[in-house]
Design a protein around this ligand. Structure first.
Ligand code: 2IP
Ligand code: CA
Length: 377
């Protein structure tokens, strides 16, 4: 299934192109950032454009993967529904058509006849991306398409994407907020066990080209299945040192912030936006752990980066399950899985990581965090 990895790298790059295009091209950018002004009809429609950009990316990935691997078509899940209502109250199902012209015509019906915006989007969807420089030669993945399912988050950290702040990055430091936190996430899991086995992350706004002033992206990938553990990011050097560093959501509970301040010290406790971005920080060694005590992330947020962490020897566990378990040795079995919904919940909540999570590279650091939080939550 190395072919699947190469395909996902290509579709993630196309997705990143769409994400950049929506900020670069005036007709799309206006739709994206326009505040709630104008009449009611317009108000509703403008709000929906953020979702439309997400749906377009998700459906493009579904289309391209389904075309090459038809066995996977029914197992490609995403955050968004592709049923859409346009400003006239008509229901439209957004899909990617066989030709650019047909896709443009369909999008125009959702965009209330805005043919310029529809054509721009359709062109990006049907265009082949520039060749991807990823060293996947010689990689064999012992899995077949009928064993696999996919979770897509078309744009994680949407609020940072819309706001569009351009932070200056310091080498070796994470970006607390801004465009760097927006990520395209595509994760592949094993249908039988729910284990994440392959992940592709595309960061559409990685750096700004000094020559043309255009944003350039960066991709990350990993495969973890059986004895095959390969990641495009090398494991950060050095074992766990004296001080542990952690990244949290700024909205994390005070009790967790206080406990981790006592463990890490104030300098090594960091905050960043985006669930996917925080796991990417752990992958890159910018933080040792990401702790989240709420069930506010979903399968589409964690599946892709989880696969990369596993390839590096780490993982993402259910925090509540770990806190309830009496044995430390059990913790690796508390890993999040991706095949079963929360049957007692409705809508998106069916796929929430309801017990919170800890993302880690090193299991001894996971033990320290669980030990610390055990009597506090
Ligand atoms: C969100 C996004 C948020 C995150 C939340 C995710 O996904 O990543 O930033 O909250 O958990 O579900 P926080 O930044 O506080 O960690 P989306 O942007 O796709 O809704
Ligand atoms: Ca998300």
């Amino acid at each position: 299934m190395a072919d699947l990895l190469r395909l996902l790298l290509r579709v993630a790059e196309k997705a990143a192109n769409v994400a950049r295009l929506c900020r670069q091209e005036a007709p799309l950018f206006q739709l994206l950032v326009q505040e709630k002004t104008g009449d009611d009809k317009n108000k509703k429609f403008v709000q929906d454009f953020k979702t439309l950009a997400d749906v377009v990316i998700q459906e493009m990935i579904r289309h391209d993967v389904g075309a090459q691997f038809p066995e996977m078509a029914a197992f490609i899940h995403g955050e968004e529904s592709n049923k859409f209502e346009n400003g006239l109250g008509e229901s439209v199902t957004v899909t990617v058509c066989g030709t650019e012209e047909d896709t443009a015509a369909l999008l125009a019906t959702v965009l209330d006849g805005d043919h310029t915006a529809a054509s721009l989007l359709a062109r990006a969807i049907h265009q082949d991306p520039a060749s991807i420089d990823a060293d996947t030669d010689g990689l064999t993945v012992p899995l077949g398409p009928s064993e696999l399912g996919i979770w897509i988050d078309p744009i994680d950290a949407t609020s940072q994407y819309i706001e569009g702040r351009e932070e200056v990055l310091e080498e070796g430091h994470l970006s607390p907020s801004g465009l760097h936190c927006a990520l395209v996430l595509i994760g592949v899991y094993l249908r039988s066990t729910g284990e994440p086995v392959m992940g592709v992350i595309n960061q559409p706004f990685n750096y700004k080209d000094p020559a043309g002033g255009r944003w350039r992206g960066k991709h990350f990938w990993g495969v973890s299945c059986g004895s095959v553990n390969v990641c495009s990011v090398s494991r950060p050097k050095g074992g766990p040192g004296a001080g542990l560093s952690a990244v949290l959501s700024s909205s994390e509970k005070p009790v967790v912030k206080e406990a981790l301040t006592s463990l890490c010290g104030p300098d090594k406790l960091m905050y960043a936006s985006g669930a996917g971005y925080k796991i990417l920080c752990v992958i890159q060694g910018l933080a040792d752990v990401y702790v989240l005590s709420e069930g506010s992330t979903f399968k589409w947020d964690s599946c892709a980066p989880h696969a990369l962490l596993r390839a590096l020897g780490g993982g993402v566990v259910d925090l509540t399950k770990c806190l309830q378990s009496s044995s430390q040795a059990q913790e690796p079995q508390m890993e999040l899985t991706y095949h079963q919904p929360n049957t007692d919940r409705k809508g998106a909540e069916r796929w929430a990581n309801r017990g919170g999570l800890v993302a880690y590279r090193d299991v001894s650091q996971l033990h320290s965090v669980i030990g610390l939080l055990k009597d506090k939550l």
